[in-house]
Write a protein that binds this ligand. Structure first.
Ligand code: PMT
Length: 405
């Protein structure tokens, strides 16, 4: 099964006996690494309590459209922006009807109207209600609006009837949902990605490093896997889990990173350098712990190999994408790096704002290539990584098409 790691899932629960299965669904989604927020309609609360879902999701459950306690009194907009996907399971006949008519008279329908995230429903109802032409027309209308439909399944129903209308089992829903994030943009391609910091040793107990958490590079690796690529992730020391499906190679210093990348790169089609690589290292690492002596200390540092520039300078370079971490003159500095290092693309980000860049869950990117640029506005690192991969895939294909002409 492909993973939903770090995906933000808004689970809508509507009124139906299958609502009890949604508690297990939350658990299964969380097993896949998803962050789950639950929204319940009033009908759903007649079958199961919000407390159950608060306990299994680990998050407050949302029930009211007009809730003065929600941020800025706009809970539905906040949630609509937050989520990567809206999944409604179970989706009752009544909810499907309200959704198909564009109603916004409760929190869940309002979120569905306010979001740009993909919408998926897992219908659950009596088999006769499922066969009713009104329900069929409503589902047809939703399909025309690209609302995905998972199930229903067939079998014995809570009311004693037998037929189509059962909600799919939680694991089947999770499997279908992970498919939402799969694209074929990089199908058949091999992508080499670097992430995280490097550590440059001074002596056996000290090193020079930076604030990189690896989150941006790992998100890019996950987006590349979702795009169908075979991904090798070269990672500095970080505290986060690698996306499933990648081959991870651990490094510590800039020299290690250079050795591994130069060894691997020839077999890859695309190279994306998101690691925060040290620009200088200590050429003479002390054998023993350096003892405290005078008031001042001088450390001799030497320039590291610029791995990104080395890759771009190969006789047959892959499609090469750099990052630029800047505290000022973002566009100006990024464009200089793009040209000086002969890159195909560079993604520039600010690292002087505590809410963006290093360590944060969000970022904002300004991407440049020769003769073009695109701003990817503030978003979660996962969403930005997907947008970046779409852009990389597009420009890679243009390059290949031009080379073949
Ligand atoms: O890991 P996070 O906490 O999520 O933070 C993400 C990030 C801010 C680290 C990431 O988005 C980012 O900007 N990575 C690049 C950091 C960096 O080293 O930028 P730079 O402008 O100093 O270097 C430019 C490019 O050259 C980068 O692609 C870098 O990987 C590469 N480089 C730099 C030095 C060197 N010796 N070799 C290199 O390959």
């Amino acid at each position: 099964m492909s993973n939903l790691q770090n995906k933000r899932v808004l689970l809508g629960i509507t009124g139906g006996i299958a609502a009890y299965k949604s508690a297990d669904l939350v658990r299964r989604l969380k097993d896949q690494g998803a962050d789950v927020r639950v929204v319940m309609t009033s009908g759903a609360q007649s079958f199961v309590t919000p407390l159950t879902f608060q306990a299994v999701s680990g998050n407050r459950v949302h029930t009211d459209l007009l809730n003065p306690n929600a941020e800025a009194g706009m809970g539905h907009i906040e949630l609509a922006r937050w989520t990567d996907v809206v999944l409604i399971a179970p989706a009752s006949a009544n909810f499907i009807a309200r959704l198909s008519h564009g109603m916004a008279d409760d929190l869940l329908t309002a979120i569905c109207l306010a979001t740009v995230a993909p919408l998926a429903i897992a219908p659950a109802m009596n088999q006769q209600m499922w066969q009713a032409s009104a329900t069929k027309e409503n589902c047809q209308k939703l399909a025309e609006r690209d609302v995905l439909q998972f199930g229903p399944g067939s079998g014995e129903q809570a009311c004693g009837d037998i037929g189509l209308g059962r909600m799919l089992e939680p694991l089947e829903i999770v499997e279908s949902l992970s498919g939402v994030f799969q694209t074929r943009e990089l199908q058949g391609l091999k992508v080499l990605i670097t992430a995280g910091p490097t550590r440059e040793a001074m002596d056996p107990v000290r090193y020079i490093t930076n604030h990189s958490s690896g989150k941006m590079g790992y998100a890019v690796a996950q987006a590349a896997v979702e795009a169908g690529a075979e991904v090798t992730l070269v990672s500095g020391p970080v505290a986060i889990q690698a996306p499933s499906g990648v081959t991870k190679l651990d490094i510590v210093s800039a020299k290690d990173l250079s050795d591994v990348v130069m060894q691997e790169v020839e077999t890859h089609d695309i190279f994306i350098s998101a690691a925060a690589v040290a620009d200088y290292y200590c050429p003479a690492i002390a054998d023993q712990k350096i003892k405290k002596s005078g008031d001042e200390m001088t450390l001799i540092l030497k320039k590291t190999q610029d791995v990104l520039a080395d890759v771009a300078a190969l006789t047959k370079p892959p499609f090469t994408v750099g990052f630029a971490a800047e505290t000022e003159k973002l566009a100006e500095h990024a464009k200089v790096k793009l040209k000086r290092k002969s890159l195909n693309m560079i993604a520039a980000n600010r690292v002087d704002d505590p809410e963006l860049g290093f360590h944060s869950d969000d970022n904002a990117l300004h991407v440049f290539w020769q003769g073009g640029e695109q701003e990817l506005s503030r978003n979660s690192k996962q969403k930005l990584a997907s947008e970046l991969i779409t852009l990389v895939a597009h420009r890679y294909k243009l390059k290949i098409d031009n080379n073949n002409e």
